[in-house]
Design a protein around this ligand. Structure first.
Ligand code: GLN
Length: 537
């Protein structure tokens, strides 16, 4: 049983400073020094989870093994740390209030008036300590979403204040991430916004132990002295975080700035001098020195916001490094595709990925793109909705079932080759009710997919309501599209492939959620390799 220590990360001045990446980089460094660390994200919005949020609002919804629909930062945590997260790693205000209100309805407050302090803050404190109480971690890093000063952040900051006091100085510390803007006209870096942000934090009773300062320019000694003096922070605890070429450089930058050393000192934990990040840097070296370049078309309907496909683009970075290839993404809006313009819009691509999604916007464009990939021998990967559309394209254009469709888009179709799952038929609520999380899949021997995984049984994460309709399986297989992965318990089709195509695979699950820097996903590695071969012929 470990005596878990806590690090709280708050943000000031503006949002989007990269708290998630700083937290993940710190955790990575601590992990490299032999400490077990995990990261938790507290999101101040009222949604129970981001599952019901439009990706345009908040980017991708990341899914954990235990089926939690979570903030995309959890994807970064897993990609950096190479350990899975769970429901306990992401908590929203909605979830906090829901559990307090449920307790009130059960009469658990014994007639007391239920209030933000202490009831909401107690619930937040419990949630923060859930991961610590597992006894698995030396250090839990808790990232508070939003910016200090937001009304909705107040109960979180108050909970952090209480925990810092209750746990004591050597068991819990606070890091504040801010921005030091550069005023070009004055030729100067400005500390005032940070001073104000720290003052605001102090008004809530939290005094930061460490300041991490995002900046486009190096912080000179004068700036550091000023920040230290006016923010009550030791000078060595002022950490500069310069803009990085890639997020994967940030652990090295934080190592050079000795963020991990300062944290360990403050937590009174031994600092071990062993060289850090060997495997990580081997990845970075390959990532930065590609031998070849390929272009993959990413076809989706949220392409204006690249964050909507974060795990997919990161998976390409990992798989690209493995293959020593630079993977360029051509972002293609499925609504912009028509049967006539597909050859011109997809010309020159070495691989085509049709992305996950919901609803019928842009669906015909996806189907046209898949037909192009199939007929022109371009490597194709369809993920979730992308796999379902590959089945529809094949049914329409090879089997001749002209109105084949998914009942998600047309519930009157004569040929529902993609059907609603039986257990979904009576579900009314939208939130948290899909088929979620990790499920087993058995791969067919001698298939391409089994040679890619080199395993018979795999576990992959899911997030969908619809599925391959097994009534059509025989016809589809006879025509040359084979179901090469199935759930061993329910027989649901999880993988389809076309053996007489160089590389054509559709998966009902989301491989992108499991690719990490140290463990690039084999499906992406193989897809990139196929695209590389395509580019060389
Ligand atoms: N909309 C489809 C379904 O619910 C696919 C979901 C997805 O791509 N994640 O089955």
């Amino acid at each position: 049983m470990k005596n878990t220590k806590y690090v709280f990360v708050t943000g000031g001045v503006t949002s989007s400073l990269g708290k998630g990446i700083i937290a993940a980089s710190l955790a990575k460094l601590l992990q490299e020094r032999g400490y077990s660390a995990t990261i938790q994200k507290l999101d101040p919005y009222i949604n129970i989870d981001p599952g019901t949020l439009n990706p345009y609002e908040h980017g991708e919804c990341f899914v954990t093994d235990d089926g939690a629909e979570t903030d995309l930062d959890l994807g970064h945590y897993e990609r950096f740390l190479n350990i899975p997260t769970s429901q306990a790693n992401n908590v929203t205000t909605g979830r906090i209030y829901q559990s307090v209100i449920d307790k009130e309805r059960r009469g658990e407050f014994l007639g007391k008036t239920v209030q933000i302090i202490p009831h909401i803050t107690d619930e937040i404190k419990n949630r923060i300590q859930i991961l610590g109480k597992t006894g698995e971690y030396d250090i839990v890093i808790t990232e508070i979403g939003g910016t200090v000063g937001d009304i909705e952040s107040l109960p979180y900051i108050e909970s952090v204040r209480q925990l810092l006091w209750e746990l004591g100085a050597k068991n819990a510390i606070s890091i504040h991430l801010t921005l030091i803007p550069y005023l070009a006209a004055a030729g100067e870096l400005k500390t005032k916004p940070t001073q104000h942000s720290v003052k605001m934090l102090m008004q809530s009773g939290v005094s930061p132990d460490i300041l991490v300062c995002r900046s486009e320019h190096k912080l000179n000694d004068g700036i550091k002295n000023k920040l230290a003096l006016f923010c009550n922070v030791q000078k060595e605890a002022i950490i500069e975080a310069l803009d990085a070429e890639t997020i994967y450089d940030v652990p090295n930058l934080m190592y050079e700035e000795q963020l991990d050393k300062v944290v360990l000192n403050k937590l009174d934990l031994p600092f071990n001098e062993k060289p850090a990040l060997a495997e990580w840097n081997a990845f970075l070296k390959k990532h930065k020195n590609p031998q070849n370049e390929i272009e993959i078309g990413l076809i989706g309907k949220y392409v204006e916001l690249h964050d909507a496909y974060k795990s997919i683009t990161e998976s390409f970075i990992h798989a690209g490094a493995t293959n020593e290839v630079k993977v360029n993404i051509r972002w293609i809006h499925s609504e912009s595709l028509t049967t006539d313009n597909v050859p011109e819009k997809l010309k020159g691509l070495n691989g085509i990925l049709v992305a996950p999604g919901f609803g019928d916007r842009g669906i015909e464009g996806k189907i046209d793109a898949i037909r192009y990939a199939r007929e022109n021998n371009v490597p194709f990967l369809g993920i979730c909705l992308g796999m379902q559309m590959a089945v529809i394209e094949f049914s329409r254009n090879v089997l001749g079932l002209k109105d084949a469709f998914s009942i998600e888009m047309n519930d009157k179709t004569k040929h529902p080759v993609i059907n609603l799952m039986e257990e979904q038929k009576t579900i009314v609520n939208k939130g948290g009710t899909m088929r979620l999380g990790s499920w087993k899949c058995e791969l067919l021997e001698n298939s391409k997919i089994s040679s890619i995984y080199n395993q018979k049984i795999i576990d992959e994460r899911h997030r969908h309501r619809y599925e391959f309709n097994n009534d059509y399986l025989e016809q589809i297989e006879n025509a040359g599209m084979i179901a090469t992965g199935k759930n061993p318990d329910t027989n649901l089709v999880e993988v389809i492939e076309i053996p007489n195509h160089p590389w054509f695979i559709g998966v009902q699950y989301h491989p992108e959620y499991k690719s990490t820097v140290l463990n690039p996903h084999p499906l992406f590695v193989s897809f990139v390799k196929a695209a590389l071969e395509h580019s060389l012929t």
